[in-house]
Write a protein that binds this ligand. Structure first.
Ligand SMILES: [Zn+2]
Length: 511
């Protein structure tokens, strides 16, 4: 048995029991960008932000400790689709074309695959279309290149030819971007900011159209919603479902700018800060309420064509969203639980009475487990390169070797997460977390900084215990460094970041 919970006993139990239990050849994976766990009623939300999802939860399997393997889209989807831990198991973007992603595996086994999304990190440029029979990139459609963007591209290339492209980046970010932000912030305009993403109505409609022609044969459908991603501009009627406060288009725009530029130097009173934060949270909730409305419509459609009861349905998030818990809005460079602990709801076909009611599991599961679980739905043998493990044995009451820890990671530099759609010519640093059921260690290579939290006593991760001589620290720190050392061969000698970390801590010989 290796340290990642794969074991022959588990696989045997899958083959003997689950395959005969679950013989449905239909699977729908719904992912919601920036979806926070605490917006579900089952996790204490009294606002009924997502009533349709709450209803679904009543007859579904709920995982209370689903951990995303990263806090940003690109690294997190590498875990979801390729069952690999970003950074530790490889370069996460673009998606490596030589690896067996989930859709590629399904396509090889004659399952018809369809992907519908509107996220620039998940498009053709980053190879997310590989393995899909039909792939609808609604971001591409929504964002035809403007003349302004083409002009900026030409100027950038000129600077590049002159080998002073860094000067261009500096000028752009230091001067142009700041002036642009300030102008936008104080400009008196009632114009609504146009979201770059296709909304839930468009995504759902596309999914319904596709299913209408394909539901009778084995299929895998992946749908990704972007509405809960900033900017939060929900339709007004959905704001009304969340708060009594009227928020005009102008106010939404102001809140968007204020939230994204949130700094103490704004010199607003503490009271004002709190009011604005509350309004931003209302907008975020209204976006989830909007998504939920269309999920309700989608589920009604599944019932209408009579496949809801016979379908494997998984709903989860690539990562959560920070709403000022640690000072930030959005999903910036951090690995706190508001970003990593995400919802995971699974509805299995109604062939066993056991699954007609709500089942809850406290066990640690992670994004890398989703692809092996979906392969299990289709009785497709395990892919040996996958790092995750199907959690169907856990659900079915079979032997399941509990995970003792989960890693999450990303590469970053200052305020930017490494991604294929950004420039690669600056150094990137590792940020990694290792968590057990009760403890979490976070390490940031760029600032050589550790944070260590007792998740049981301090679930909001506010009291850093790194210097407090806690005995669990050494165990987790060794786990983390061991994991990094195991994987150092994936990095070339030029960057060799992991080697640097290990020598930095002078414990190479001891782990
Ligand atoms: Zn995302």
């Amino acid at each position: 048995m290796n340290d990642y919970n794969k074991n022959t006993v588990t696989k045997l139990s899958i083959e003997k029991n689950l395959l005969k239990m679950n013989n449905s050849k239909r699977c729908i994976l719904i992912t919601i960008d920036c979806w926070r766990l605490d917006r579900l009623q089952i996790f204490g939300n009294e606002m009924k932000v997502m009533p349709n999802m709450n209803n679904l939860c009543k007859k579904s399997i709920i995982f209370k400790n689903m951990i995303a393997n990263s806090s940003n889209t690109a690294p997190s989807f590498y875990a979801l689709f390729n069952s690999k831990i970003p950074v530790i198991d490889g370069d996460y973007t673009p998606l490596p074309i030589n690896e067996d992603s989930l859709p590629k595996m399904l396509m090889k086994h004659d399952i018809k695959t369809c992907g519908i999304h509107s996220n620039p990190h998940l498009g053709r440029l980053t190879h997310y279309d590989y393995g899909f029979n039909e792939f609808f990139d609604l971001f591409e459609k929504q964002n035809k290149k403007s003349f302004k963007k083409i002009l900026i591209g030409i100027i950038y290339n000129l600077f590049k030819i002159l080998k002073v492209e860094n000067l261009f980046v500096s000028i752009k970010s230091l001067i142009i971007e700041r002036i642009r932000r300030l102008l936008r912030m104080y400009k008196n305009s009632n114009n609504q900011i146009k979201s770059p993403y296709a909304n839930a109505k468009i995504i759902t409609s596309k999914a319904i159209n596709w299913l209408t022609n394909n539901y009778e044969n084995p299929f895998f459908l992946w749908i990704h919603f972007m509405d809960a991603h900033s900017p939060y501009f929900p339709p007004n009627e959905f704001i009304g479902n969340i708060t009594d406060t009227f928020i005009s288009e102008k106010k939404k725009k102001f809140l968007h700018e204020w939230g994204n530029n949130f700094r103490p130097f704004m010199k607003l009173s503490k009271n004002h800060n709190e009011i604005y934060k509350k309004l931003i949270k209302s907008l975020y909730d209204a976006e989830l309420n909007y998504i939920d409305h269309y999920i309700g419509i989608f589920i009604s459609f599944l019932k209408k064509i009579k496949i809801f009861e016979d379908c494997n349905l998984i709903i989860t998030a690539d990562h959560g969203e920070a709403l000022f818990e640690h000072g930030n809005l959005g999903h910036q460079i951090c690995l706190y639980d508001e970003l990593l602990r995400v919802p995971l709801i699974m509805k299995l076909p109604k062939i066993h009475s056991k699954f007609n009611k709500q089942l809850k599991f406290n066990d640690l599961v992670e994004s890398i487990d989703i692809a092996p679980t979906i392969l299990d739905f289709f009785s497709i043998p395990e892919n040996k390169t996958y790092r995750g493990i199907s959690f169907l044995p856990l659900v079915n009451g079979e032997y399941f070797d509990k995970k003792k820890y989960v890693f999450s990671a990303l590469l970053h530099n200052k305020n930017k997460v490494y991604s294929a759609i950004r420039k690669k010519d600056i150094p990137y640093y590792i940020m990694i977390s290792c968590r057990t059921e009760n403890w979490k260690l976070i390490y940031d290579e760029q600032f050589n900084q550790y944070e260590f939290y007792n998740l049981l006593e301090d679930p909001n991760e506010l009291i850093n215990l790194y210097d407090k001589n806690v005995s669990e620290l050494n165990f987790i720190k060794r786990l983390m460094l061991k994991k990094l050392r195991e994987k150092m061969e994936i990095y070339n000698s030029e960057t060799n970041k992991i080697s640097r970390i290990i020598s930095l801590h002078k414990i190479n010989g001891r782990i």
